[in-house]
Design a binder for this molecule. Structure first.
Ligand code: HEC
Ligand code: HEC
Ligand code: HEC
Length: 444
């Protein structure tokens, strides 16, 4: 009995010591790796380009707000986290920071005074940035971005998530070695190494497209992890699988992938949701050789053997195309006899643009056949598009913001559930049906 009490006592003391160490010992900071000389300056435009590729602006700009002045609400499972003002304003931004402090925020998630940042700031990925890019980004946001006096709302999460020191434990579990280490496929050529770097570090694709493990850390940070880029979730939307034979890479050609990433649209799909900011603020500015490198890398690590889906032939008359279509859904819609409620809702509301064969029009109206948003495991994204409509981002190569109308006023929750159930089973799609309550939970 006595020994047991001693053991318990020892464990309690040890626990308290560990807790004290976590709270009081300053966190370990990764030092700049010294690969860049103190007087190094990025070439003209280099800092802006790295900042664009890292998409800092998307999160650090409020809707309708000044660039980088913060105040955007980032919804997390723990509550709303407000992004910081990272303009050079000395009072409300990071004007008084040193480079070392900026480095610590990006690589270790630590702000001056040892304050832990919430991982809504994707330092889990940025810790793989090369020293040169961190310096270039610093040079740009510190010298070229206009200072904006904009105090942002303070993030107030419920206990225990308001205890920022707790993030130190999470960091121990979640973070891997800093710096970029091309491995596997990435070591095979310079182009693949560049593609891997754009995907893993700058573009932080895994922040959304990798699943999360039981600690909410990215499950799959690099190719060696089988879960890497096999699909994640962000604010209830599915960020689709980009890797397996079930992913779009199976049916999209390399050109389709490149078009989607740089213009927000291709022969099959169009970008909506969070990915819209990724394309609109970041990927549309990708240099051609970087876009090719990213596509080559995504292709190299994918199990999908591309067998591009037959596409609508350019300039083919829609009537000819529909005459040639031989799937049962298209046949039923063309015959327009004994229609189910879902078929009727589709014909009355959607088929003028998305067409009776569900193929839309390449680059104009996305196909709903084989569309990952339509068949996603959860339907929040699909429901939001139907309720609120959507608009493609305006990109340099494709400036037209083609729009999908909103149906919130026209269709009831029951109608939308019926329509979604139809879409998820039409033209070869096979995803589970949707209940009225699923729609109700999304309608504001
Ligand atoms: C996915 C959204 C997201 C992206 C992308 C992002 N950030 Fe952040 N960042 C945040 C959020 C949210 C915070 C506030 C976190 C907190 O309060 O703990 C933050 C905090 C910071 C801070 C700390 C500021 C302070 O006053 O404490 C710096 C510096 C920063 N980010 C720089 C950057 C840079 C540079 C980039 C691009 C390389 C970037 N961020 C990209 C979301 C993002
Ligand atoms: C902030 C979260 C986020 C980040 C970061 C992000 N994505 Fe996405 N991505 C999404 C979401 C959400 C969708 C679904 C959009 C839709 O259905 O319209 C998506 C869709 C896609 C698609 C279309 C897939 C399909 O099946 O239709 C591709 C390809 C893609 N992303 C590639 C990338 C690449 C490459 C990167 C990194 C450079 C990246 N994404 C970064 C959230 C993100
Ligand atoms: C006036 C033409 C038009 C009509 C009518 C229309 N849409 Fe759309 N739809 C579009 C356009 C344009 C887009 C691309 C918008 C974007 O992705 O930002 C789109 C996008 C979508 C998407 C997202 C596709 C993707 O790849 O992410 C879905 C799903 C969708 N529509 C379903 C429907 C449904 C269901 C209806 C009927 C209730 C409908 N649409 C009616 C034009 C239309």
């Amino acid at each position: 009995m006595k020994t047991l009490i001693r053991i318990i006592f020892a464990l309690v003391v040890l626990g308290l010591v560990a807790l004290a160490a976590i709270i009081f010992v300053p966190p370990f900071l990764t030092k700049p790796d010294g690969t860049v000389a103190a007087d190094w300056k990025p070439a003209a435009g280099e800092g802006q380009y790295a900042t664009q590729m890292a998409d800092c602006q998307a999160c650090h700009t409020a809707e309708g707000g000044k660039p980088f002045a913060g105040g955007r609400a980032i919804e997390s499972p723990m509550g709303t986290i407000w992004s910081s003002n990272i303009t050079p304003d000395p009072k409300t931004g990071i004007g008084n920071w040193t480079y070392e402090q900026f480095h610590a925020a990006l690589v270790d998630g630590i702000a001056p005074g040892g304050v832990h940042l919430y991982p809504a700031m994707p330092y889990e990925n940025y810790r793989h940035l090369k020293e040169e890019d961190i310096r270039a980004i610093w040079d740009y946001v510190h010298n070229d971005v206009a200072a904006v006096d904009n105090p942002v709302k303070e993030t107030k999460l419920a206990f225990p998530f308001d205890q920022r020191w707790g993030i130190r434990l999470w960091n121990w579990l979640a973070l891997d070695k800093p710096g970029f280490h091309p491995d596997g496929k990435a070591s095979e050529s310079d182009a693949l190494a560049r593609g891997a770097y754009l995907v893993q570090a700058l573009g932080h694709c895994a922040a959304c497209h990798s699943p999360r493990d039981q600690f909410m850390a990215e499950d799959g940070k690099s190719v060696d992890d089988p879960a890497f880029l096999t699909g994640g979730e962000i604010d209830g939307w599915i960020a689709p699988d980009l890797r397996t034979a079930k992913s779009a890479l199976q049916t999209w050609s390399d050109q389709d992938l490149k078009d989607y990433l740089t213009t927000g649209r291709n022969a099959h799909s169009a970008v909506t949701g969070e990915m819209q900011l990724v394309v609109g603020d970041s990927l549309q500015y990708m240099k051609d050789e970087d876009a090719d490198a990213m596509v080559a890398y995504l292709r190299a690590i994918s199990d999908a053997k591309p067998s591009p889906r037959p596409q609508p032939v350019a300039n083919q008359r829609t009537t000819d195309r529909l005459d040639a279509a031989d799937d049962p859904t298209t046949a039923k819609l063309k015959a327009a006899k004994d229609l189910s409620d879902g078929e009727l809702l589709y014909l009355n509301n959607c088929s003028a643009c998305h067409m009776p064969d569900g193929q839309g029009a390449p680059g104009v109206f996305p196909a709903l056949a084989g569309n990952s948003l339509v068949t996603a495991a959860t339907t929040k994204g699909l429901t939001e598009v139907i309720l609120n409509g959507a608009a493609m981002p305006s990109t340099e190569k494709r400036p037209e913001r083609l729009k999908m109308p909103a149906y919130a006023d026209r269709l009831s929750n029951a109608d939308i559930a019926t329509l979604e159930t139809f879409l998820r089973g039409a033209w070869g799609n096979s995803a589970p049906s949707v209940a009225e309550d699923d729609v109700k939970s999304v309608r504001p």
